[in-house]
Design a protein around this ligand. Sequence first.
Ligand code: NAD
Length: 342
Amino acid sequence: MAVRVGVNGYGTIGKRIAAAVARIEGLELVGVVKRSPDYAALQALARGIPVYAPDEDSLQAFEKAGVKVAGTLGELLDRVDVIVDATPGGVGAKYKPIYEERGVKAIFQGGEKAEVAEASFSSLCNYEEGIGKRSLRVVSCNTTGLLRAICTLNKAFGVEKVRATLIRRAADPKEIKRGPVNSIVLNPPRLPSHHALDVKAVLPWLDIWTAAVVVPTTLMHVHHLTVILRREASRSEVLEALREAPRIMLVSSEATGIKSTAQLVEAARESRPRYDIPELVVFEDTVHVEGRELVFFQAVHQESIVVPENIDAIKAMTGLERDPEKAIRETDSVLGVTKSLW
Ligand code: NAD
């Protein structure tokens, strides 16, 4: 029997997770929870996805607008094995007792505090830790990007220390109330930024410091990393490790002309649904190694990078797949995580 999945919160992340769940063999998308009868609700219904309202007030708003809903969140929870919470940061924690009361396994997103779930999850680092858990938190987009790189390098060479500066996008493309419009903002204006702590939620042993600024762009985040490896490595060894790893795409500026997030997104517009780039992009020509010290730039498509990890989290916690490599390979194959934009 398929694992029945519901998605609470049908925004940037929720709609992508719902679409992904519907494509994975062994998973059944039972429905999504939408708070208001807007264009996103109409699109879900047009695609045959049952829409649920979070509560009675919201249900009435749907009825008033003449938009058909399948019931309330409570009814959805009665029909699923797993709920993926993709509500705004902090809202998931408020739903947690309701999920527990109904005996439904829950996946939370990176906007929640680590304590919300039994473990913070990142497929390339700790898939096994997720097996059989009742609740998991898939770490944020920035942390997922950092962890994919760090765990890949740790597996190949060992990682002693990481120092990273994050240049963060100000808002997602759909947003109309966030900024900055004309500034570079220290976010936060002290060190370390919370990203270091979030990485440590998965790798508690790691010596890591992060700093972050927010800039007026909506397309992607960019990170600059300095990594101290445990042993000396050549540049070609590092490139080979990154090339062989799942979900990491090397892009050479010299070979492709791509030296910006705008060009990455333009390439993805031609080749990807919604121009999603769930792979972590490492700018190949910036990879520089001296002894044990490695530096490089990487880019994160914040809207889509956590989607494969959410699918893996469902597979792990339900025991649908216990072998991390197989789970990751199959998720990527179905979702078209091909490591190429051509
Ligand atoms: P979003 O605002 O795009 O979507 C959230 C959705 O939840 C909206 O449709 C909103 O109407 C709905 N919602 C609000 N309150 C609700 C409630 N009480 N019950 C049910 N639905 C409710 O947010 P998002 O960007 O998709 O973020 C969701 C989570 O994913 C957050 O934890 C965020 O930190 C995390 N995340 C976001 C990104 C990103 O860049 N957008 C990347 C990775 C992780």
